[in-house]
Design a protein around this ligand. Structure first.
Ligand SMILES: [Zn+2]
Length: 365
C-alpha cells in the first residue's frame, strides 16, 4: 500500500495536532506516495534499527521518538541523527514518528501503562485546551437532518462517550440574492424569509476543513451561512498523563514491588512513602515531571513516570510518592501497542517489532 494510507490511519487515531509544541511527530523521512509492504516498529530510531529495517526488507520504520527534534544543518555523518537520516534516505526507508500525539490520547502510551497496572476508571490527568470548536449553521427545516448527519459523519458532535450531539432551535432566516444568484428557495432580487433550523455542534479543531466541506456539500444553499467559535473547554479525552484507581489499595512497599515486576524495571527510584495506602495512581510514560502538580491536585497517592532529577524529588512536599521507573521501561509497551494498531487495521500488511534494545541507559546492579 501507499505510505500515506498507513500514516493517515495513524493520524486518524493520534492526530498530529495533539502533539506537544516541542515535538516533531509525523513523516520525517520518505514520500507519502511510496509503496510499503512491511513496517518495523521501535521506540527509538537508531542506526541499528535502520540496519535491521534494511536486513529484514522493511520500507518504513514507525518509531515512538522522533529521530529529528531540531533543525539539521549539515549532513556529514558527524552525529547519530545525521547518520540515521542519511542511511534511511540512501536505502529508501521512510521514518515515521508517533510521539506525544500517541501519549496524549485515551488509547495511547499511558492507557497501556494503566492497563498493565490494572488501574480502573482511567482518565486523562491534564486535559488539553484549545482543541475543540463549535459550528453553528442555519438550514431549511426539510434539509436539517441531512446536514446534521453529514456533520456527524465528518466528526462533529462527539462528547465523551456520546456521539451525534447537537442543539437545534427553530427560527427564520432572511436573504435577498442579486441578479447573479440562483437561490434554492425564493427569487433573486426579492427578500426571502425561510423557516430554518439553527444547528450547533462541537468538533475537534483539527477536523475543521473536513467538517466545513461536509457542511457545504450537504447544505442546499448557494451561500452557506455558518459561524465557527473557538472554545476554551478542555478536551477530556486528549492530554498528558492518566490517573486511575487500584481495585484494592496496597501499601506503598508492595505496590512498588508490583510495579517493578509489571514494568520490568531493574530499579525504581522513589521518594519517601507518605504512610497512606496506594489507591489512586497517576502515570506518565517518559519525562512526566511537569505533571506533578496535577497528580497531587487529582489526589494521586503515587506518580509513576521517568527522568526525575534530584531537586525535583523534593517537590512532593510529603503529599505523594514519586516513582521513577526509567524512560524506556515506562514506554516499553508502546511498541506492542503500535504493532496491534497497525496489524488490526491492515491485516495483509507485515509488521515486525524491532529486536534491537534501544535503551541507552544500562544498570549496574
Ligand atoms: Zn519517551
Amino acid at each position: 500500500m501507499k505510505l500515506a494510507q498507513l500514516t493517515a490511519y495513524l493520524e486518524s487515531l493520534a492526530p498530529l495536532a495533539y502533539q506537544e509544541e516541542y515535538d516533531n511527530s509525523g513523516l520525517i523521512v520518505g514520500h507519502p506516495d511510496a509503496e510499503v509492504h512491511q513496517a518495523l516498529i521501535s521506540l527509538d530510531c537508531t542506526e541499528a534499527v535502520v540496519d535491521e529495517a534494511i536486513a529484514t526488507g522493511c520500507q518504513v520504520i514507525v518509531s515512538h521518538h522522533p529521530i529529528v527534534f531540531k533543525g539539521l544543518k549539515k549532513f556529514n555523518g558527524k552525529t547519530y541523527v545525521e547518520r540515521v537520516v542519511e542511511k534511511a534516505i540512501r536505502h529508501n526507508i521512510a521514518i515515521y514518528a508517533i510521539h506525544t500525539n500517541l501519549d496524549n490520547i485515551m488509547t495511547g502510551v499511558n492507557a497501556r501503562i494503566c492497563e498493565t497496572l490494572g488501574l480502573q476508571n482511567s482518565r486523562i490527568l491534564a486535559p488539553k485546551h484549545q482543541l475543540l470548536k463549535k459550528l453553528v449553521t442555519y438550514v431549511p427545516v426539510a434539509q436539517a437532518e441531512e446536514v446534521r448527519s453529514a456533520l456527524f459523519a465528518a466528526g462533529a458532535g462527539n462528547i465523551g462517550n456520546y456521539s451525534e450531539v447537537s442543539f437545534n432551535a427553530e427560527g427564520f432566516g432572511t436573504f435577498k440574492g442579486n441578479e447573479h444568484t440562483n437561490p434554492f428557495v425564493g427569487e433573486p432580487g426579492k427578500r426571502h424569509r425561510e423557516h430554518e433550523i439553527r444547528i450547533e455542534s462541537i468538533y475537534p479543531a483539527n477536523l475543521e476543513s473536513k467538517i466545513i466541506m461536509a457542511l457545504v456539500l450537504a447544505h442546499p444553499y448557494e451561500e452557506v451561512a455558518y459561524d465557527l467559535y473557538a472554545l476554551t473547554n478542555q478536551h477530556q479525552q486528549v492530554g498528558s498523563g492518566m490517573i486511575g484507581e487500584l481495585e484494592n489499595p496496597k501499601n506503598a512497599d508492595s505496590f512498588l514491588a508490583f510495579v517493578k515486576e509489571k514494568m520490568n524495571a531493574s530499579v525504581i527510584r522513589h521518594t519517601a512513602f507518605t504512610g497512606k495506602p496506594i489507591k489512586k495512581v497517576a502515570v506518565c510514560g517518559g519525562s512526566g515531571g511537569f505533571l506533578l502538580k496535577q497528580a497531587i491536585a487529582a489526589g494521586a497517592d503515587i506518580f509513576i513516570t521517568a527522568d526525575y532529577k534530584y531537586h525535583e524529588f523534593f517537590d512532593t512536599e510529603g503529599k505523594i510518592v514519586i516513582a521513577d521507573v526509567g524512560h524506556f521501561e515506562s514506554e516499553q509497551f508502546t511498541q506492542q501497542l503500535l504493532y496491534e494498531i497497525i496489524q488490526n487495521k491492515f491485516v495483509n500488511f507485515a509488521v515486525r517489532l524491532t529486536k534491537v534494545n534501544t535503551n541507552p541507559v544500562k544498570y549496574y546492579i
